[in-house]
Design a protein around this ligand. Structure first.
Ligand code: FEO
Length: 165
């Protein structure tokens, strides 16, 4: 059984994952509009992954007999300076999500809620993967550069990334 405080925190994480899904969906739209079709595909897939992260939490909360709540969501921003800036923002966003997961794990341990602690280990591993993935994309954009054919090549490369996630 979840404590009231843990339920509130898990519902808050549901909101964070749901907002992540919408942020990446909006980014995908910006990429499509700017003809970065590889990045648009990648971000669309990632938006769906974030929805799955949200649903996994949603199911867990309901399985405990408590009630998961559907949150109100903020509208994501929809202007970006460049493809590099956009992916730098994804990396910063994932670091933020990691900090939220770490705080949740800390609370579960402090409360001796070992079931939730165990459940959250999947998110700990996932955040490691996600930070690595987005950091890799930022590094690749910087390495290949956004001049001339570089941008075309990096977009194609991004389109192939993240299938395993
Ligand atoms: Fe579900 Fe990308 O964090």
């Amino acid at each position: 059984m979840l404590s009231a405080s843990m339920l509130e925190k898990l519902n808050e994480q549901i909101r964070v994952e749901f907002e992540s899904s919408n942020i990446y969906l909006q980014m995908s739209s910006w990429c499509a509009m700017n003809n970065y079709n590889g990045a648009a595909d990648f971000l669309l897939r990632h938006s769906e992954e974030e929805r799955q992260h949200m649903m996994k939490l949603f199911d867990y909360v309901n399985e405990t007999g408590a009630m998961a709540t559907v949150p109100a969501l903020a509208q994501p921003k929809h202007e970006y300076e460049s493809l590099l800036k956009l992916f730098e923002e994804t990396l910063e966003h994932e670091k933020f999500v990691t900090s939220r997961i770490n705080a949740l794990v800390d609370s579960a341990l402090t409360e001796k809620d070992f079931s939730t602690f165990n459940f959250l280990q999947w998110y700990v591993a996932e955040q490691h993967e996600e930070e690595h993935l987005f950091s890799d994309i930022v590094d690749k954009i910087k390495l290949i550069g956004m001049e001339g054919r570089g941008l075309f090549l990096i977009d194609k490369e991004i389109g192939k990334m993240g299938f395993e996630g």
